[in-house]
Design a protein around this ligand. Sequence first.
Ligand SMILES: Cc1ncc(COP(=O)(O)O)c(C=O)c1O
Length: 399
Amino acid sequence: MAATTEARSWERLFAARTRGEVGEGIAAVLAFLGRPDVISFAGGFPDPRTFPRERASELLAEFAADGEASAFQYAPTRGLAGPLDAIAGRIESLQGRRPADDELVITSGAIEALELVSKSFLERGDTVVVEGPTYLGAIMAFRGFEADVVAVPMDEHGLEVDELERQLAGGLRPKLLYSIPDHQNPAGVSLSAERRALLVELARRYGFLVVEDVAYRELAFDGGAETSLWSLAPDVVVQTGTTSKTFFPGVRLGWAAGPAEVSARLVAAKQNTDQCAGALGQRLFEEYVRRGWIDEQLEASRALYRAKCDVTLAALERSMPEGAHWTKPDGGFFTWLTLPDGGDATELARQAGERGVGIVPGSLFFPDGRGNDNVRLSFSLVDEASIDEGIARLAALLR
Ligand SMILES: Cc1ncc(COP(=O)(O)O)c(C=O)c1O
């Protein structure tokens, strides 16, 4: 009897690295997903209208008719040759530099790329600098390896790189610096060209690796982009990318491009996570790129998200009380709302949930409890016709 009772107390058996506060934040974001009655600005999910249903089924039928084996088989850990070539070619055409064969690895989503970087670099207590605020999944990935995650502030031009420089001069010694330079999650801002140049210079001077997450890079409303950190400094940057926002997240497909020596470590680390990213998704994405379908879809996706962003910003303008302000994104999925003085976003999120509106309090995007006067509003998934009503309900709660 006693043995059975004791065996159920798993806590004492769990590894120390799993005991940190992880997972609950994402669960809070996902909680609103399956509820049709909620107007949700919570999850950073793509709109299902962008999903290539017909084209995916057409490709599957082709693979079957052609007797293709590779799409259904295990793949090499680095990725299948065709999809690697297609992704390298796409990076070259969009960023002006082609990753060499030993610089690119296909991953099971960007989150796996972050996990592989963490696994390859981080010991307990190592410092990782992130933008404050930043993507919750990245904080969790770094914390999962017991890193000390330190947030450096941002403003409307992205990470405050001069503040980073001051902290480095004062003795801060990160192994990794994680940045989302384009249409950042959650702040919706982009890193300016001057700051990009200084950031990679600092990486060289102080000897850390920049992890550049380009999840929203291709979703600029006008299609443009600043020079990527990786193309600026491929010697000190590993870029993580995803097809989740531009193709569909159901394939769980991403990539990491970085120095050959780093890339080799990521491949080694991948051998005992999933061994290889799913070949079916790799082949679907390859064909989607080769046939030019991704560019057609991107045009439609940008227009869709631009329209939703416009409606959201107009609704905020109309109904938010004095003292509230928010970022004006030029791409991506998010605007970052700052509440009037004394605003409590955690309490607001609770009350909003009761009134059928899903939002995420800003503190989830900081490693240090800041951000409780902020809210992330994601306009990507919410139905356009419900945006005004959702924002009006939020504003009423603030009054
Ligand atoms: C900045 C950022 N990076 C990575 C991801 C995750 O990408 P993936 O679906 O490829 O794991 C997200 C998804 O929300 C994101 O916002």
